[in-house]
Design a protein around this ligand. Sequence first.
Ligand SMILES: NC(=O)NCCC(=O)O
Ligand SMILES: [Zn+2]
Ligand SMILES: [Zn+2]
Length: 454
Amino acid sequence: MTTCIQNGTLVTGAETRPGDLLIENGIIQKVGVGLSGDHNIDATGCLVFPGFIDGHTHMDMPVSGTVTADDFKTGSEAALVGGTTMLIDFATQDKGGTLKDALRVWHERADGKCACDYGFHMAVTDWNEQTRRELHEMADAGVTSFKAYYAYDALMVDDREMYDLLCEMREIGGILGVHCENGPVLDRLREKAVAAGHTSPAWHPRTRPSIVEGEAVSRFLRIADLAGAPAWIVHLSTADGLSEIRAARERGQQVLVESCPQYFTLTEEVYNKPDFEGAKYVCSPPLRPQSDQDALWQALENGEIDILSTDHCSFNFKGQKEMGRDDFTKIPNGMPGIEHRPTVMYTAAVASGRIPVTALCQMLAENPAKMFGVWSRKGSLDVGKDADIVIYDPKADFTISAENQHHNCDYTPFEGFRTAGSVRDVFLSGVHAVQNGKLVETGRGRYIPRDKMR
Ligand SMILES: NC(=O)NCCC(=O)O
Ligand SMILES: [Zn+2]
Ligand SMILES: [Zn+2]
């Protein structure tokens, strides 16, 4: 049984062109014009993208004495409705625990529940000889990307460990992403703020100033240079961090840069909202002033940002964000976003005329596929790839709201955002899982082991 998507505008990282896609057995079999199948879908007036890949999510994750509002079922369903056909979540080693245990736990949380395909990065929090050996086993099990934290007591590593980890990345053909904030310094800033009676969400960005990110980006990149390893900067939010990246690239380093829609569309004023509403936007790194946002836009337009991910890490306002009503340091960090990344960035970046749609396709599909070792099967509309396909109607008029979202969360940071277009249909491995914006097939997501970096 063949399916043909006809009369759309096919979008790749390099070009847009009119064309049809013929799908069979979950794979793209033919790309051309005048094609037809047993079953035909008309995409006239629509953009046809390869399925989007979100390389940075946290589902079903215990944080600050609670657990994220989205598990792998609800989070992946929201992802699929929004056009994301693969997510890569951070399995996280417990201090004192093993990588193998973390991977087992994440499989237990995700397997059989996902609406879209999925893979895991491994966050390394406890460096020792066993962890070093296990990195090789992870790479053999298809976990080829890792994260280390310079912040959060329960997660962070020191510079000696960072250096060792980076050296090991070279050995295993892996890539290390780092959460770049100077943890000890920002912890001190937070302690001092609370001691002085500053307990509202407005103090979240004030105690994580731009230099806290810039310093950590600089340190990480210098250590990566010493180790001779590629560096992945996760969730870049500042001009300060960006200038350190530019300096490292000038030195000839391979630096892969990730940022997120919230840093392009929201600014730190939201933390001053009345009635504790600012807590909804508490994420780390925090939202920034307009000047940082302008710098990120410039970088995006210049092609200096490789991937756009969400850092989806959702907590309800009621009962979860509220845990920090009397002390902003107790607000669980993170926001929902996996459903809205494509439409928010299509609207803000493409419909606004800042970048061509091909550049968006690079940052949402092609580059994450290459960077995270799934390019052999995902990230483009080439013959032989998985038939993960998004039909986007650029003329649809849609307003994002907590009422119409699929995240298991009682708010969205993009409330009232009017999008230019919306995701009309989504195919996952050839299965027509989203039809006219409605999820009609779920639970078909597969674990995707990933290739090593070449
Ligand atoms: N971003 C955030 O606030 N929470 C998720 C964990 C992280 O990526 O640092
Ligand atoms: Zn992080
Ligand atoms: Zn994150």
